[in-house]
Design a protein around this ligand. Sequence first.
Ligand code: FAD
Ligand code: FES
Length: 340
Amino acid sequence: MAYTIRVAQSEFSFDCEAQTTVLEGAKKAGFDLPFSCRNGVCGSCKGKVVAGTFDAPENLEGLGDEERAAGYTLFCQARPTSDLEIAVRSISRTDPNAIKTVKAKVYKATRATQDVSLLQLRFPAGTRIPFKAGQYLQVVLEDGARRSYSMSNPSTQNDGASLHIRHVKDGRFSHYLDSVVAAGDFLTVEAPFGDFYLRPGDKPLIFVASGTGFAPIKSILETLFKQGKPTRPIALYWGGRRKSDVYMADLPQKWAKQYEHFTFIPVLSEEDNGVDRAGFVHAAVLADYPSLAGHEVYACGVPVMINAARHDFTTKRQLPPDAFFCDAFVEGGVPAPVTS
Ligand SMILES: Cc1cc2nc3c(=O)[nH]c(=O)nc-3n(C[C@H](O)[C@H](O)[C@H](O)COP(=O)(O)OP(=O)(O)OC[C@H]3O[C@@H](n4cnc5c(N)ncnc54)[C@H](O)[C@@H]3O)c2cc1C
Ligand code: FES
């Protein structure tokens, strides 16, 4: 059974099957709503149900209790049980040329540390994939399964992609990287995806990364720096368990010398070396900022950090929920995108 989903303050409406999430239904009908993780963690697909009923899991990490009470839900999780009227941050007709699938050549595969690989991919000659700095691509495995990786290169370099990949124990793509992938090999990749990109404005910026969550932040910052010296204050907090998890610290250290408005704070949770900050990365932000009202926060990395940061920044430091942007590196593959 299909229900009609009407999008408030727009001329758009679409049909959505009862068992289909609103996000998938929109995609099938040829519309793009914002999304990133598709797993109920990042909050990118948040919107309001103005009228109608729907089913959604009770405890969604990407949705606060107050937001739920105010009628918000995550459209990657919500399935209609009646016709709906919804309010969304943005909606547009799907551009059939926006997402490209290419056979990318592995130009370079190196290790930053024992468990982080740096992969440089080159797209076929003459192929460029325009993307917003901060977005991610999907590696399509032989059986169609997918793994998502954020592009770390600035968006001005779109004839290839640089990835920072943390190896996880018994991970399928991690194992493939360890034992199979070498320079000269080809990987099927699809891009771009995601809603983690810098919004225009002049608010002070705080970036919070855990581990390879630095990758899309590097892309955002390098793209920004290419536009000239930043005038907005920018703080980067990059956390890991040990110093080796902050595997490219010399780069933000260089930025801190180069740009007066940029500060870099490495934070280690399991190593107290007397130099770097000790503790959890989001706790370092809490300690440094009595209030985050008037700031924008961009957080990327493991879901546990994202959830703690979102919760504490919005409930203890007055950060407005709509000033928190994130990409959550949820475990395992994400569902394949629906085809229209
Ligand atoms: C939007 C998005 C962007 C991402 N960008 C990056 C990126 O830039 N760099 C990066 O390193 N990863 C990134 N990830 C995570 C990445 O997509 C994979 O989940 C991860 O590389 C593991 O894939 P795998 O095939 O090796 O492991 P799988 O075969 O999928 O998993 C095997 C085992 O490892 C566990 N596992 C899987 N992923 C993780 C994890 N992240 N942490 C802890 N345990 C895990 C699983 O629970 C399972 O037990 C991103 C994820 C999303 C959703
Ligand atoms: S919470 Fe829905 S896309 Fe991340």
